[in-house]
Design a protein around this ligand. Structure first.
Ligand code: MRU
Length: 355
């Protein structure tokens, strides 16, 4: 199953509603630009590549309603405002807009739908290739260690965050299929718990052994030799190799550095922002509602979904969605074209055509 696909009516897209996981698998129909924008904002869909794919289809739906230049710009600007950090969103909007810009109005929507479909198919191929290039990292450790490889990951950079395969999880899935014993430490990833609700669900269904851990456990595990390798995803990587990813990634990279644990970031090329050089200074960091920090949502024993308050009434909270890990803390970048140093030279060596 993919995370997103076109509706049979030719005027909508279907997505897995990730706000309902892990307790229910439900499909949501998105029939307009506004539906797509709200789905991204409320995290019905999330994860950088999937945000991009949803925005691409969203723009196509906007052109079905209004194929004029004004309609294109209105849809594009509504979608671009949804979430600021993942650059795949802007990349996908640019791709679709460039595809239709020179076309007559009556040809735009169809062309946009085709391009959105291609973006999805490309994402599947890219993520599968990331898996192929990341697999040797796990295999090498397994051959040296002659025992299960313990991989730590943060947030959900799995197939739910992409169209299929995932980025950080693709090498894990490929290793599992190849018969290499892998065990994954899954950071729960407060405040929205993408690790607990999404990565754990994914790995469980794939039969990959995992242990859910609180976000602060990683350092302790690394000090005790219980983590062989960290692999995380990225929402935006600068042309110099700095990596924005879910809040808390930086602390894991610091702990990995202090303990000599390899720290890899898996990313597709549309996640690279070639216009940025200093991730900490230049990458916009999303700030979300404080309610996500002061409350938590889950399933009650009675099977109902409930939101409960964790903090005192009226507590103030800050909710930064992402942080930036400087390239010096990243062992390597795993891309669809291979593994490279987290540096300008490393990225240029793999993507001379994109820089
Ligand atoms: O806020 P989210 O759930 O959209 O954040 C997702 C992440 O941080 C992922 O690690 C990132 O998008 C990479 S997805 C392949």
């Amino acid at each position: 199953m993919r995370t997103i696909w076109p509706g049979e009516d030719g005027r909508s897209m279907q997505v897995i509603d990730q706000t309902r996981l892990p307790h229910a698998v439900e499909v949501a129909r998105l029939g307009s630009v506004e539906d797509a924008a709200v789905a991204i904002e409320t995290m019905v869909v999330r994860g950088a590549p999937l945000i991009g794919a949803t925005a691409a289809y969203g723009l196509a739906l906007g052109l079905l309603a209004d194929p004029s230049d004004a309609g294109l710009e209105a849809a594009r600007s509504r979608l671009a405002r949804t979430r600021p950090t993942a650059v795949n969103l802007r990349w996908a909007l640019d791709e679709v807009a460039a595809t239709v810009a020179a076309l007559p109005e009556d040809a735009r929507a169809d062309a946009a739908l085709v391009r959105a479909g291609e973006i999805c198919d490309e994402d599947v191929a890219i993520c599968s290739s990331i898996g192929d290039h990341g697999l040797p990292l796990i295999e090498d450790i397994w051959q040296r260690k002659k025992g299960p490889v313990n991989v730590l990951t943060h947030c959900n950079a799995g197939w739910l965050a992409t169209v299929d395969w995932g980025t950080a999880t693709a090498p894990i899935y490929k290793a599992h299929v190849a018969g290499i014993p892998v065990h994954v430490w899954v950071d729960e990833t407060r405040p929205r718990n993408q690790g607990a609700s999404l990565t754990a669900w994914e790995l469980g269904h794939a039969g990959v052994p995992y242990s859910l851990i609180v976000d602060n456990a990683g350092g302790h595990l690394m000090q005790h030799g219980l983590v062989d390798l960290c692999i995380v995803g990225s929402d935006r990587t600068t042309g110099t190799g700095d990596v924005a990813n879910k809040i808390g990634t930086y602390l894991k990279a610091l702990a990995a550095h202090d303990n000599g644990v390899p720290f890899y970031v898996a990313l597709p090329s549309p996640t690279i922002d070639w216009t940025k050089r200093d991730g900490v200074a230049e990458i916009p960091i999303e700030e979300r509602s404080p309610d996500e920090v002061t409350r938590i949502t889950g399933r009650t024993r009675g099977g109902e979904t409930a939101t409960v308050h964790l903090a005192p009434d009226g507590a103030t909270a800050a909710n930064y969605g992402f942080d930036v890990t400087p390239s010096r803390l990243v062992t390597g970048l795993v891309t669809e074209r291979g593994v490279c140093d987290a540096s300008e030279e490393g990225l240029r060596s793999l993507f001379p055509d994109l820089t």
